[in-house]
Write a protein that binds this ligand. Structure first.
Ligand code: MG
Ligand code: MG
Length: 266
């Protein structure tokens, strides 16, 4: 195994990362406009890919280790890495996590949002809200000088009070010229443990939280990750940079909020 160093970014790199993140923000909002019962997943994927390309960017996920689509579309008990397949259609009461990556000018943007399709049950709505809240707490912990363990601890302790499962096999990550760089950002951990957050880092925090148990399995397609108990899971992801002036969230849900009529903090 090759030892991978953390790749610290310059101000110029940060400027490019902000632009990549903007493409993802616009794309997720475009997809959001089309989320309703009866819509095929392949249609959402084509909307996403078109939007990314309209902004002169490349879908980061398409072809990544053979992934066949521009978006990861993960419905209900699919935690992450769902592949939009012909014939798959959204139904009233579903939830769908839309994860989008865009490569622009050499740097990747990568973030995700879980949407309700029509009316979802109260317990699923709470799972979504609390997963997003755990991401906000993770962001609060992502301060210069703190560690990745502080982030994971914040996410985990918040979610476990509700009896939710915190998926451990997948985690957030550093990001830059490569989509997945060091350090790993697990959604669990001990305070003050693991890699230290320092100026020049760009990271993605992405809690994957389940209504039931945390155990998962991978479908035969080699990608799609389900909860073992087939209960739903939510997934939100933000992308941030650490500078000596503080932490800046460069991803944004504001445009999604405009579509959904929700007030988003970032
Ligand atoms: Mg990610
Ligand atoms: Mg992602």
């Amino acid at each position: 195994m090759t030892f991978r160093r953390i790749k610290y970014k310059s101000e110029a790199d940060f400027a490019k990362l902000r632009e990549s993140a903007k493409v993802v923000a616009v794309t997720l909002a475009e997809v959001a406009k089309n989320i309703k019962p009866g819509v095929p997943l392949t249609y959402l994927d084509s909307i996403g890919e078109q939007c990314i390309r309209d902004h002169h960017a490349i879908p980061s996920f398409k072809g990544y280790e053979g992934f066949p689509a521009a978006l990861c579309l993960s419905v209900n008990d699919v935690v992450v890495h769902g592949i939009p397949k012909a014939g798959d259609v959204l139904r009233d009461g579903d939830i769908i996590s839309v994860d989008c990556g865009a490569l622009l000018d050499g740097f990747h943007g990568d973030f995700a949002y879980t949407f309700a399709v029509g009316e979802v049950s109260e317990e699923v709505r709470l799972l979504m809200d609390r997963t997003k809240e755990s991401l906000m707490l993770g962001i609060k912990a992502a301060m210069n000088g703190n560690t990745v363990g502080d982030i994971g601890h914040a996410v985990e302790t918040y979610c476990e009070q509700f009896g939710y499962g915190v998926v451990r096999e997948l985690c957030g990550h550093g990001i830059g010229r490569e989509m997945h760089e060091r350090p790993d950002i697990p959604n669990y951990g001990r305070p003050h443990s693991g890699d230290r957050l320092q100026p020049g880092m760009c990271i993605c925090i992405e809690p994957m939280i389940t209504l039931g148990k945390r155990q998962i399995y991978i479908e035969n397609d080699g990608w799609t990750i389900h909860t073992k108990d087939r209960l739903p899971a939510a997934h939100y992801e933000h992308q941030l940079i650490i500078t000596d002036k503080g932490t800046e969230v460069i991803s944004s849900y504001k445009q999604i909020g405009e579509v959904l009529g929700t007030n988003e903090l970032y």
